[in-house]
Write a protein that binds this ligand. Structure first.
Ligand SMILES: Nc1ncnc2c1ncn2[C@@H]1O[C@H](COP(=O)(O)OP(=O)(O)O)[C@@H](O)[C@H]1O
Ligand SMILES: N[C@@H](CCOP(=O)(O)O)C(=O)O
Length: 352
């Protein structure tokens, strides 16, 4: 096979959009891009491990060892599930990342999808979208970010109820799905990882009104998704579940209507399942979401925590700067500085 060059581009995502905890996601115009060079090497030359270069968000902290980096470990997981033991020799991968880490904009979901797509390309596996999603869901267990990052747009997804054997296969600890393959490991170390059950995740794309843009108000501190999930209760009252279900049912259609109706959407983006518990991790969150309304800020449709936070997502048709600058002033009172970006809803991942 001759030398190959290809590019993998995966968008950022905002999950939950208020009431859709672990259910809905939106793909946004910030990208994780991998430029891959797979030189033509004949098999009698000595094996040279992958060279990983990284620029952009997270460049100072991300491991450059392909056996430790999240994206390349996921790629190796996919390859090993298909009896391909290692990366091809002298592989070069240049990662450029626009998605900030630990801010609720789906950086880890994007890294996982990039890894699944990388494994699929390197192995020439030609996996279907559904199968790619199965692999991603073995690593990132909530489907909202990875589904939106893969297929793009405003997406709802659920995990299929699995039979006992498949449940066991899908509940393998992450450390076993994704061991940190040491570069000097023996030949058989880490082979035969657990295969994902077939058809774990199912999704549908909702309509999205072209007039709606997303203002991402991004505090300058990281909050890991794991920490923001630990503060959530294991059980909820019927009242709170019904509160969210009523709003989510309305929201998934309301965001596709033109012109979008702020009165309907603002209330439909409220949540009682995750935001109230996460406010203690994000000083300023309740103040921002209650002070910025369609009445005070014409153009605003609704406002919520993006993913697990700390980013706040305001959906709006105009008046973007006033929304962001007023959020900045409120956050500043709690000694939190922010950056903000105006983003659009984009298509899913592309390999070319
Ligand atoms: N492009 C990437 N390459 C390698 N690791 C990444 C990448 N993006 C994210 N990660 C890992 O995921 C972590 C952030 O994940 P998480 O806490 O779920 O926050 P987020 O809301 O950004 O997804 C980072 O600290 C890093 O370990
Ligand atoms: N539904 C998840 C989404 C996490 O998204 P992230 O972008 O913060 O990784 C949750 O709310 O925990």
């Amino acid at each position: 096979m001759g030398a190959r060059k290809f590019t993998i581009k995966v968008p950022a995502t905002s999950a939950n959009i208020g009431p859709g905890f672990d259910v809905v996601g939106l793909s946004l115009s910030l990208y994780l891009t991998l430029r891959v060079l797979q030189p033509d090497r004949s098999s009698d030359q000595p094996y040279i491990p992958p060279l990983l270069k990284y620029t952009g968000e997270g460049a100072e902290e991300v491991p450059l060892d392909a056996y430790k980096n999240l994206t390349t470990r996921v790629a190796l997981y996919v390859l090993r599930c298909h009896d391909i033991r290692s990366f091809p020799s002298t592989l070069e991968i240049h990662v450029d990342n626009e998605i900030p880490f630990g801010r609720g904009l789906g950086s880890s979901g994007a890294a996982v999808i990039a890894g699944v797509l990388l494994g699929n390309e390197l192995g020439g596996l030609k996996l279907s979208k559904e199968r790619l999603l199965d692999f991603a869901l073995m690593v990132e267990r909530h489907p909202d970010n990875v589904t939106a990052a893969l297929v793009g747009g405003f997406v709802g997804s659920y995990l299929r109820e699995l039979d006992a054997a498949a449940t066991e296969a899908a509940s393998v600890p992450l450390s076993e799905v994704l061991p940190e393959y040491p570069p000097d490991a023996g030949e058989d170390w880490g082979l035969n990882p657990p295969l994902p059950p077939l058809g774990i995740g199912h999704y549908v794309r909702f309509g999205w009104s072209e007039t709606i843009k997303a203002v991402a108000i991004i505090p300058r501190f990281e909050l890991s998704t794991a920490t923001a999930r630990e503060v959530l209760p294991l059980e909820y009252s019927r009242k709170d579940l019904v509160f969210n279900l009523q709003r989510l049912a309305v929201l998934t259609t309301a965001l596709g209507q033109s012109p979008p109706d702020p009165e309907l959407i603002y209330e439909a983006m409220k949540d009682r399942v995750h935001q109230p518990y996460r406010k203690k991790l994000i000083p300023g969150l309740p103040e921002v979401t209650s002070a910025i309304t369609p009445t005070t800020h014409p153009g605003l449709l609704g406002i919520c925590l993006s993913g697990a936070g700390p980013t706040i997502l305001a959906l709006a048709t105009h008046g973007f700067e006033a929304i962001a600058e007023d959020a900045r002033a409120i956050f500043r009172k709690t000694n939190v500085e922010i950056d903000w970006k105006l983003l659009t809803v984009v298509g899913g991942s592309v390999v070319e």
